[in-house]
Write a protein that binds this ligand. Structure first.
Ligand SMILES: *Cc1c(COP(=O)(O)O)cnc(C)c1O
Length: 487
């Protein structure tokens, strides 16, 4: 029936079986290794082919490609579909609608691209299909989480005893760290927030910066701490908290600092704020989605000094470490605070083993995402992570120098991998960015920095080469020229 359907005209009809033949496909996939291997190796080949051609294609899908992905819009099939066809659709139709951030010329938001070792680990872990919630459901996951936790302590600016939970991203890592904070502050006042919630509880104040990331506010809203109740500390042009404007805090205050401003890459002055906040008994949480990784570099380490004295930290592995989505990490100085905040009752849950992974995260069942972090760290080593940070920071400087030489304005101090560019005024900048995106050589987006729309370049991918940077600078200059010619 689907053969008549227009969207399948592209399919090599030899590979398609008629309706009834498909009925047995799933049994075959179970019991016939030849059939299963064919499906899985085809999928792997398609994935490899995708990566092999990614450098030659546009970074953002063309309008025609965006039409092609509408091929997914169809009714739920009544009968089984040939599994080869299901996977074929992803490759032939789906890949057309992908954004090529796995290539080297995507500089939008703060998005890396999986490195092949981490991707290979993801494929193996996918085949393992482990439930990572308990040690008894996956001894290998519990072991790899422990090892990865130890390695992260060495590489990130955290307490030497910090415990890690492996969550989906920094939004959840912020949520989890702030849940530990909420637990700790209220427990000290004799209030069990896990049992009784916030109704009638002593009041917690939360201090954030004016440039706080929306995910921190979202986490506060989910935790009942409210995103509008926060006290916002004024920031300088780079987005760093101004220490002289920091409010008085007490032992019922949570202070949220930023290591790596999402626009400028700037770091809050941790060495000035954390000792004061801690002396008053406040809890300090750090949103270090990408910036925390600067500690791996000898050149950039100075930026992260003092952050190790915080109480909880949130960071992403899917950004600068370049592991597949979704992968965030929460770290907490005190294991008991994290475990108490994430506690769950359920007599059937086997708590045996030396690390029961669900005790550190909001989720119970989940995939083995620490496997990819382990693989990235194992294969790169400390030197490889340092090189990744240094290289991408160097490329950010190349962007800044190249674009400044071409007459454009670099808005920020390029301290790590983030570059903010203005092409003169907001309208012009917006037009140039659209033109860059339309041309497709590279992709950068806009952001609002100190009330002005600017272009943001984030060099976060292991795959970016010097040639990519030079070609992208050429494209940006060409696009800006076209826009000004058209005025
Ligand atoms: C990306 C980012 C976040 C959100 O992280 P997700 O992994 O997308 O949830 C939070 N804070 C900062 C500074 C970020 O760069």
């Amino acid at each position: 029936m689907f053969k008549e359907d227009k969207q399948y005209q592209l399919i090599n009809s030899d590979t398609i079986k008629s309706g009834d033949e498909f009925e047995h496909s799933y049994q075959k996939l179970n019991l016939d290794p030849v059939c299963r291997n064919s499906l899985l190796s085809n999928a792997a080949k398609m994935g490899m082919n995708y990566l092999n051609t990614i450098r030659k294609r546009r970074v953002y899908p063309s309008d025609e490609d965006l039409e092609i992905i509408k091929g997914f819009v169809e009714p739920l099939p009544d009968k089984p579909t040939d599994p080869e066809l299901t996977i074929w659709m992803l490759n032939e139709i789906g890949s057309k609608g992908t954004v090529a951030n796995a290539g080297g010329r995507y500089f939008g938001f703060v998005i890396g691209g999986s490195n092949p070792v981490a991707l290979a680990a993801n494929w193996i872990a996918g085949a393992w299909d482990q439930n990572s919630g308990l040690e008894v459901t996956s001894p290998v996951n519990a072991t790899i989480e422990k090892v990865t936790n130890n390695w992260l302590r060495e590489i990130l600016p955290v307490s030497p005893a910090a415990v890690a939970g492996f969550v989906t991203g920094v939004t959840m890592a912020n949520f989890t760290g702030l849940a530990a904070a909420r637990h700790h502050l209220l427990k000290r006042k004799g209030w069990d927030v896990q049992a009784y919630g916030l109704f009638g509880a002593p009041v917690i104040r939360v201090v954030v910066s004016e440039d706080v990331h929306g995910s921190v506010l979202k986490a506060l809203s989910l935790l009942g701490l409210g995103r509008e109740r926060v006290i916002k500390v004024p920031v300088d042009f780079e987005g760093k908290m101004i220490p002289g404007k920091f409010p008085d805090v007490d032992d019922m205050t949570i202070v949220c600092l930023q290591a790596g401003n999402v626009n400028t890459g700037a770091f809050d002055p941790a060495s000035e704020i954390i000792p004061y906040a801690k002396s008053k008994g406040a809890w300090v949480h750090v949103d270090g989605a990408f910036g925390l990784w600067a500690a791996a570099s000898n050149e950039k380490k100075y930026l992260t000094e003092g952050f190790e004295f915080a109480d909880s930290w949130a960071t992403d592995a899917h950004k600068w470490l370049n592991v597949p989505y979704d992968s965030g990490i929460v770290l907490c100085r005190n294991e008991e605070n994290l475990k108490a905040a994430m506690s769950m009752s359920g007599a059937y849950l086997d708590q045996s083993g030396s690390r029961v992974p669900y005790q550190y995260t909001p989720e119970l069942s989940r995939r083995t995402r620490a496997v990819e972090i382990w693989a990235a760290l194992h294969s790169l080593g400390k030197k490889g992570v340092a090189d990744l940070i240094d290289r991408t920071c160097r490329y950010a400087e190349m962007f800044a120098e190249g674009l400044k030489k071409a007459g454009f304005i670099i808005r920020n101090q390029v301290v790590i991998n983030q570059v903010l560019v203005s092409f003169g005024n907001q309208e012009l900048t917006e037009k140039v960015v659209r033109e860059i995106q339309r041309e497709g050589v590279c992709w950068a987006g806009t952001t609002i920095h100190r009330d002005e729309l600017v272009m943001r370049i984030s060099v976060s991918s292991w795959a970016t080469t010097e040639e990519d940077v030079l070609n992208s600078i050429d494209s940006i200059i060409r696009c800006a020229g076209r826009v000004s010619d058209s005025l």
